[in-house]
Every structure is written in structure tokens, then in C-alpha cells.
Design a protein around this ligand. Structure first.
Ligand SMILES: *[C@@H]1O[C@H](CO)[C@@H](O)[C@H](O)[C@H]1NC(C)=O
Ligand SMILES: *[C@@H]1O[C@H](CO)[C@@H](O)[C@H](O)[C@H]1NC(C)=O
Ligand SMILES: *[C@@H]1O[C@H](CO)[C@@H](O)[C@H](O)[C@H]1NC(C)=O
Ligand SMILES: *[C@@H]1O[C@H](CO)[C@@H](O)[C@H](O)[C@H]1NC(C)=O
Ligand SMILES: *[C@@H]1O[C@H](CO)[C@@H](O)[C@H](O)[C@H]1NC(C)=O
Length: 462
């Protein structure tokens, strides 16, 4: 057990032993799962528990980036628990060998993770007398939000409700159009500066043109201050993928105030990026790409401390990308496509066979593309209850999210000025009114679920 202080609040790190395989009986091994507890504001006995359903990364990162739970703990008298997802952070079923091959990776699935959370909560409740009657609310963002929603669907006996923030539970085959995700990215750039999206759309051809000669490749490498110079036009393909990921990440973190990821980013970073992309239609390929290089440096060098740009790095260092690739290659199959007309990217169709072949080459497994729909209900989820789906209008993941009210207790909250789960972040003076309103509504639902749980059960057995 170790601990750290966050905003003067002590967090305990605890490890708890769980089955490696909840669903079969042959593999009887256990592993240690990490979870974080903060109970300074918890009103015993019976005070609520807000339970973060950890996603693909180090749980301390999600703990630090889910300020909403910290902001409301006192008013709800709630205990906070942040549970790490198996195979991420320090919760490794087979230690250093967890990623060594597909045999060791076999127990990495959302179903196993949900079962971990359920067993953990049962144990917390039975080992802590003040918690026995505590209603538990699941909270999560992104994949963690999907888990929060599914947790309430699959274990309504364990959690009274769930807040699923920016949770694309419908980003699966045949549920939403595969192009919507990149359309939203494009809209974010289109509304942040004149011709911003058009110039990015044009930049791909400009890169193809310039990278067709050795001197062009050298110019590109120098212009973008790349750590490793581009050596061939094949390397330029990887370079374009890196640029595309950068634009997507910017759309996810287009927050109204300065925020920290790989490095600090300015407030409304896409507006700052687009200042460099207001260019005349007649500019040369070189002038256009000069604008693009200044634009990406907003993301990678806002503080001026980068000596070079590393095209093998895009996302935050705390996310476990390899684990997520494995999940995407098994049950979390999320079709994406672009057409270059409704979006600003090079056209690329969704090709399940090609994707499956890549997965097979990388992990020796092939995806089961329809499984997520079967196990989690696809669009037929109206029989469930007490789930809030919140989505930001700037967030590309809202394309696969629940953006309308399904029933009175499966509600959708829209935050037009919000990027990826803005509502889960610490409140900030520069927050737009839409996210303040969303948080207030979320707390109102939490109180209602807690009230329902405390009501004596009146129904009697026949
Ligand atoms: C979370 O915050 C704590 C306290 O500030 C810090 O020690 C820890 O490194 C942070 N974790 C991550 C992954 O940023
Ligand atoms: C790329 O090269 C072609 C052929 O020379 C030219 O027509 C085009 O304007 C260049 N740039 C872009 C962005 O398409
Ligand atoms: C980052 O910014 C600093 C300060 O402006 C500059 O000296 C440095 O060359 C930049 N790094 C890159 C990779 O462009
Ligand atoms: C670029 O990033 C990769 C992945 O994080 C790392 O292994 C590599 O050392 C980095 N290269 C440079 C030059 O910093
Ligand atoms: C869903 O219902 C709630 C409560 O009436 C309302 O505040 C919210 O705006 C509705 N959501 C949508 C997307 O219409």
C-alpha cells in the first residue's frame, strides 16, 4: 500500500487478488489488481461510493484527470474508488509476461474487466462495515465510459447507476456510419479558422508531391524538425498517419482552457492550430506544408521545449496502446473510414478482412466483429435503466455515442462546446455554461439514484 496527495487529499493504493479467468475453471490462478481509494468525505455508514471503471491505461492518470469525482465527493458524502483495468498500469495478470504472446493476452477482455470490478466491489462492501449498504455509482470516460454503462447493464445488483461520458458504445459494425468520426474531426477544424479543413485536405497531395524526390524528403524532415529523417516515400506514408492522428487527438482535447497532455496545450488549441492554416488557395506545396508544420508544432512544441518531433509518438504516454490494439483486434472492433469529401482526410474504406489480417500478423488472433453487439445489446438497450450518456459536440467519439434519450432513465446529455469527456474534468473558470449545466444534471441524477437505493424495498415475495 502506498499513497499520494492530490489537492490535499490522501489517496490509498491497494492491491486485491482476483481470478485470472472468471469464466472458466481450469485456469485457477490469481493476480493483483490495483485500485485507489479516497474516503475523506465519505459519510459512514451507507454513504455512496463513486466507482471509476478504469480504462486502457495507468489508473493514476484517470484518477488525476477525473476531477469531477473529486469536485462532488464532499457534497455527496461519497467515497471515491478508481479501479485499474487488468493488463494496464500495474494490474498485470502475468507480470512482465502479460504481453508476451496471445496465450498470456487471452484474459484481456471487457467481460473479464467487468467481472473484476464486480468482485472488487463485493469484497469492499463485505470487508468494510460502513459500506455494506452503500449505493455504488459507476463513472467512466471513453472506453471507461463504455465499461461504466455495460457494468450497470450486466451487474444491476452491484451498481445503482452509471455515468458513461463520451462512451462510443455504438462505434461497432453496422451500428453507426463508419465515416462520422472523421466528419466531426473535420467540422472542428472547419469552424476554427477560414479554410483550415480545406488546407489540411490539400496537404496530403502536397506531401505526396514533395516526398517524391530525395531533396523533397529532406526538406520535409527539416521543415517538421523530425527526430528521424524520412528516407523514402514509404516513410512518408507513416508520416501522414502520424499527422492524421495528431489532428484527431487535437479534436479530442479541444478544451476551453490550457490543459496538459504530452505537453501543455493552449486553450482552444484547434483555433491556435488553424491560425497557421489560413492560406491563399494559390500557395505552393512548400508554403502549405510550412503552415502545416507550424500547426502541428502547436501540439508538440507549445512550450518550446521539444528539440525534435518524434513520429512514433502521438497520444499521451499513460495510455496502454498495445493492450488497446489487442482489444480492438478481438472484441472492440470499431470501423472507421474516410472519403476525402465529407472529411479532410485521404479516402480509405473500412476493410474488415485487411484489419483481421493485420491482427493475425500482430497477435495471432482474429477479431470477432459481431460479438460486442451480441454481448452488450447493440441498439436494443431500452430494457436497462439508470445510465447517463454524456457527449461533447466537438468530440469525434460522439459519432458512436448515445445522443438521444432512449427512456426516462437512459438519458443523453449533450455538451455542444465539449470535447472528449470535458464533463469529467475538474471544473474550471473557463468552462462553457453547457458543461456546467451537464455536471449539475449529472449530480441531480446521482442524488435520485442514491435516494431510490435508500428507499426501503416495499415489494414482498408472493
Ligand atoms: C497523478 O498525480 C499525482 C499527484 O500529483 C502524481 O504523483 C502522479 O504522478 C500523477 N500520475 C500520472 C500518471 O500523471
Ligand atoms: C501536386 O502536383 C500536381 C502535379 O504536378 C499539381 O497539379 C498539384 O497542384 C500539386 N499540389 C497539390 C496540393 O495537389
Ligand atoms: C520548439 O520551440 C523552441 C522555441 O521556440 C525552438 O527553439 C525549437 O526549435 C522548437 N522545436 C521544434 C521541434 O520545432
Ligand atoms: C521516439 O519515440 C519512441 C516511442 O516512444 C521511442 O522508442 C524513441 O526512442 C523516440 N525517438 C527519439 C529520437 O526520441
Ligand atoms: C434527455 O432528457 C433530459 C431530461 O429531461 C434533458 O435534460 C436532455 O436534454 C435530454 N437529452 C436530449 C439529447 O434531448
Amino acid at each position: 500500500i502506498s499513497s499520494f496527495n492530490m489537492k490535499y487529499t490522501l489517496i490509498l493504493f491497494v492491491f486485491y487478488s482476483l481470478q485470472i479467468d472468471h469464466f472458466g475453471f481450469l485456469e485457477d490462478g490469481t493476480f493483483k489488481q490495483r485500485y485507489l481509494v479516497a474516503d475523506q468525505h465519505w459519510q459512514q455508514p451507507g454513504g455512496p461510493i463513486l466507482f471509476y471503471t478504469g480504462n486502457e491505461g495507468d489508473i493514476t492518470w484517470f484518477c488525476n484527470n477525473t476531477g469531477f469525482m473529486w469536485d462532488i465527493a464532499e457534497e455527496l458524502g461519497a467515497m471515491l474508488v478508481f479501479a485499474e483495468h487488468r493488463y494496464y498500469g500495474e494490474s498485470l495478470p502475468f507480470g512482465q509476461d502479460s504481453y508476451s504472446d496471445s496465450k498470456h493476452l487471452n484474459y484481456l477482455s471487457s467481460e473479464q474487466a467487468l467481472a473484476d470490478f464486480a468482485v472488487l466491489i463485493q469484497n469492499l462492501k463485505s470487508s468494510s462495515p460502513g459500506a455494506r449498504q452503500s449505493p455504488v455509482i459507476a463513472v467512466g470516460g471513453s472506453y471507461g465510459g463504455m465499461l461504466a454503462a455495460w457494468f450497470r447493464m450486466k451487474y444491476p445488483n452491484i451498481v445503482v447507476g452509471a455515468l458513461a461520458a463520451s462512451a462510443p458504445i455504438w462505434q461497432f459494425p453496422d451500428m453507426v456510419p463508419c465515416g462520422d468520426f472523421y466528419k466531426i474531426v473535420t467540422q472542428d477544424f472547419a469552424k476554427s479558422g477560414n479554410n483550415c479543413d480545406a488546407n489540411i485536405r490539400k496537404s496530403w497531395k502536397a506531401i505526396n508531391n514533395v516526398s517524391s524526390t530525395a531533396s523533397g524528403l529532406q526538406w520535409l524532415s527539416e521543415e517538421f524538425s523530425l527526430c528521424a529523417p524520412l528516407k523514402s516515400s514509404i516513410a512518408a506514408v507513416g508520416f501522414k498517419i502520424w499527422l492524421q492522428e495528431t489532428w484527431v487527438n487535437l479534436a479530442m482535447v479541444d478544451y476551453p482552457y490550457q490543459a496538459n497532455f504530452l505537453q501543455p496545450l493552449p486553450r482552444w488549441p484547434i483555433q491556435v492550430v488553424c491560425k497557421f492554416l489560413v492560406l491563399d488557395p494559390g500557395v505552393s506545396d512548400y508554403q502549405l506544408l510550412h503552415g502545416v508544420s507550424q500547426a502541428v508544432k502547436v501540439y508538440y512544441n507549445y512550450t518550446g521545449s521539444s528539440s525534435c518531433l518524434n513520429t512514433s509518438q502521438t497520444a499521451t504516454g499513460s495510455l496502454g496502446l498495445l493492450g488497446w490494439f489487442y482489444q480492438a483486434c478481438t472484441e472492440m472492433v470499431m470501423p472507421m473510414c474516410t472519403d476525402g469529401v465529407h472529411d479532410m482526410f485521404e479516402p480509405e474504406e473500412w476493410n474488415l478482412q485487411a484489419f483481421s489480417d493485420e491482427c493475425n500478423a500482430m497477435f495471432g488472433v482474429r477479431p470477432r466483429a459481431d460479438w460486442a453487439g451480441t454481448v452488450y445489446g447493440a441498439k436494443d438497450i431500452a430494457s436497462h435503466s439508470n445510465i447517463i450518456f454524456s457527449n461533447g459536440g466537438l468530440d469525434p467519439w460522439s459519432a458512436g455515442g448515445v445522443t438521444y434519450n432512449i427512456t426516462d432513465s437512459l438519458v443523453s446529455i449533450l455538451i455542444p462546446d465539449g470535447a472528449h469527456h470535458l464533463d469529467l474534468r475538474f471544473s474550471n473558470d473557463q468552462d462553457p455554461p453547457s458543461v456546467r449545466a451537464a455536471r449539475a444534471l449529472e449530480v441531480m441524477y446521482f442524488r435520485e439514484w442514491i435516494r431510490q437505493a435508500k428507499r426501503p424495498q416495499t415489494a414482498s415475495a408472493p
